[in-house]
Write a new protein. Structure first.
Length: 319
């Protein structure tokens, strides 16, 4: 006989309560155990901040509890699962793997509501962290002159052009928000180009006396360790240039606040707001954004707005 999942009874009005909603955080996962431990530390701190929320964690790869098992465990305990990708870039993991895993879980548990928040992406919260890191590092330099200090925003490369484009927009934000910095370049640790070594070579030829590297990473891991080795090699290769590198930033308060807003919005049925001055970003209630090729004519129970951040058409109830 097939095992049946028992869920708590709904409160009056039929809406799931905090008690029967599980917030499932999805980390990328790393073969370096320290990276996964930092994600688990993030989740532990979040539980402390919200003792009335049931918060669980799973990983895309390199961990004991992967996404399918995490969804299965959550579905056996709750009537609603809110999935929060603790991921910066919208590449294959976010666009393909997570939606497929959610669809499989939905088929196995048709009585459970699964809602997927947007990835962290390019938003003002993450930008604020990078901006603060850059300013703090500049103050620590012997010669904090932005005109002779090159900046390199260094991210995880992807075969997905849209994911790489998000990072390019973040680099542009840094350039326009930090007057005096003549060079704010973009580099990638793998898959695509340019790489850090080539960008550093270019900035050295242009006369930069200092080069600041801003890794676009939430937690430590194999790639963060590789970045540290690359910076050491660059120091040996260019002894006349001062190199400095900021740390990863997954435990910064803005990251907690951003996910908390996503979780609160989704639990209360509101569209996620990216807080970057654009329209709401769509939650993936069915594994993909709800889109229509037509404009709203006011004759149905929802209307559509175009998100200036991602170009998607978003359905908004009411109005």
């Amino acid at each position: 006989m097939e095992e049946q999942t028992t869920h708590p009874a709904p409160e009056a009005g039929g809406a799931p309560s905090v008690k029967d909603t599980i917030v499932l955080i999805v980390g990328h996962g790393s073969p370096n155990r320290a990276g996964n431990q930092e994600i688990e530390k993030f989740v532990a701190q979040w539980r402390t901040r919200h003792p009335d929320w049931q918060v669980e964690v799973c990983f895309i790869e390199h961990a004991d509890v992967l996404v399918p098992e995490g969804l299965e465990r959550a579905a056996r305990q709750a009537r609603r699962v809110v999935l929060l990708p603790l991921i910066l870039n919208a590449a294959g993991h976010v666009k393909t793997e997570l939606p497929e895993a959610v669809e499989d879980a939905r088929e196995r548990h048709p009585d459970v509501e699964f809602i997927v928040a947007p990835h962290l992406g390019m938003c003002r919260d993450v930008f604020t962290v990078l901006q603060r890191q850059l300013k703090q590092l500049m103050k620590s330099l012997d010669s904090p002159d932005p005109q002779t200090t090159g900046v390199v925003l260094l991210g995880r490369g992807s075969s997905d052009a849209e994911a790489n484009g998000e990072l390019a927009r973040m680099a542009r934000w840094l350039y326009e928000s930090e007057p005096g910095h003549e060079l704010v370049d973009l580099a990638f640790t793998g898959v695509t180009w340019p790489r850090l070594e080539r960008v550093a070579q270019r900035q050295a030829r242009l006369g930069m006396g200092q080069i600041v590297v801003l890794p676009y990473y939430l937690f430590t891991g194999v790639l963060m360790q590789r970045i540290q080795r690359q910076v050491q090699h660059l120091r040996a290769q260019y002894p006349q240039i001062r190199f400095a590198c900021t740390p990863h930033f997954g435990l910064e308060p803005e990251i907690f606040s951003l996910l908390e807003r996503y979780a609160s919005d989704l639990r209360e049925g509101r569209p996620c707001l990216p807080h970057d001055g654009s329209a709401p970003r769509p939650a993936l209630a069915h594994g993909h954004p709800h889109e229509h090729p037509h404009e709203s004519n006011g004759r149905h129970g929802h209307h559509h707005i175009v998100c200036r951040s991602c170009g998607r058409t978003v359905e908004v109830s009411g109005g």
